[in-house]
Design a protein around this ligand. Structure first.
Ligand code: APR
Ligand code: ZN
Length: 259
């Protein structure tokens, strides 16, 4: 079972460029481009990142997403989960960065997206091949009979929500700390990392395992790495080849105009 842990092997392996034209050259030449996205790509849709000054974990205790805490305190957990992932996330719309990736996929540049996000914004922007490493908040799953429901089908004003079939506790179908990574998403992401000749990292600190392994695996397999982030991350001074120190939607609009 694959678990989220808070470390990723970091070693300096590359000379860093900030050249936008070099990024465009890499995109034009690449045969199999994979986008690897984190919470930062959704910040301009109004969803705060998890870490950093205004991050969610500076306002809420991440323990609500610890599996043992959720089962011991379902109502308390669900109150916070509803506030963050349904009240707040629920109103978010795809921004130009999500839309730009969908355009690059429709033009044949981007082949697949590996996302750590659970907000469904890549799919809403029109991206077709999206590997959801941490699941998706739009679906709830019964902790007993495993029936699944669209979050919109369940009344979240009565917490904790219960299964309509067996009356057991419902859980959002995204992974909690201590929970295994969805095997289909893990192995599809691993295959993508082995096949890619270019990875475009957008809006991630690179702090969470095993998701953060994927860019390293791609690098080990010879891929070039472009990173889009207004701040540096664990990747920037280890495996990134071209660092575009920019907000996701601004960089993406610039890329779309230049291709
Ligand atoms: N455009 C691009 N990147 C941005 C923007 C923006 N407008 N705003 C912030 N960022 C960057 C931050 O600089 C930071 O590097 O987005 C990143 C957000 O980091 P995190 O909040 O740690 O998000 P992420 O890396 O996706 O976290 C991984 O941790 O809590 C778990 O499961 C959760 O999937 C999440 C995982
Ligand atoms: Zn059930």
């Amino acid at each position: 079972m694959l678990r989220i842990q808070y470390f990723c092997v970091t070693r300096k392996t590359t000379k860093l460029s900030h050249s936008f034209s070099e990024a465009i050259d890499l995109i034009k030449k690449a045969k199999h481009i994979v986008a690897f996205t984190g919470a930062g790509i959704s910040v301009e849709s109004g969803i705060p990142p998890f870490r950093g000054a205004q991050g969610l974990w500076s306002k809420y205790d991440p323990q609500v997403l610890e599996l043992y805490y959720f089962f011991d305190n379902p109502k308390e957990s669900w109150i916070v989960i509803k506030e963050i992932f349904y009240d707040f996330f629920g109103k978010a719309k795809p921004n130009d960065a999500h839309k730009g990736l969908a355009i690059l996929e429709s033009k044949g540049f981007i082949k697949e997206i590996i996302t750590q996000n659970i907000d469904n914004l890549h799919q809403e922007a029109g991206s077709k091949v999206v590997h959801e490493f941490h699941g998706n908040s739009q679906q709830l799953i019964c902790t007993s009979c495993k029936s699944t429901y669209k979050a919109s089908e369940i009344n979240l004003n009565k917490l904790p929500p219960l299964c309509l079939k067996c009356n057991s506790l419902l859980k959002p179908d995204f992974i909690f700390f201590g929970e295994g990574i969805p095997q289909d998403a893990y192995f599809a992401s691993l295959a993508a990392a082995e096949k890619a000749d270019l990875f475009i990292l957008i809006g991630t600190t690179g702090e969470v395992m095993p998701a953060c392994q994927m860019p390293y695996i791609a690098k080990e397999n010879g891929a070039k790495i472009i990173e889009i982030n207004p701040e540096t991350s664990k990747f920037t001074h280890t495996i990134t080849d071209v660092f575009l120190k920019e907000k996701a939607s601004i960089a993406m609009n610039h890329i779309i105009k230049s291709l």
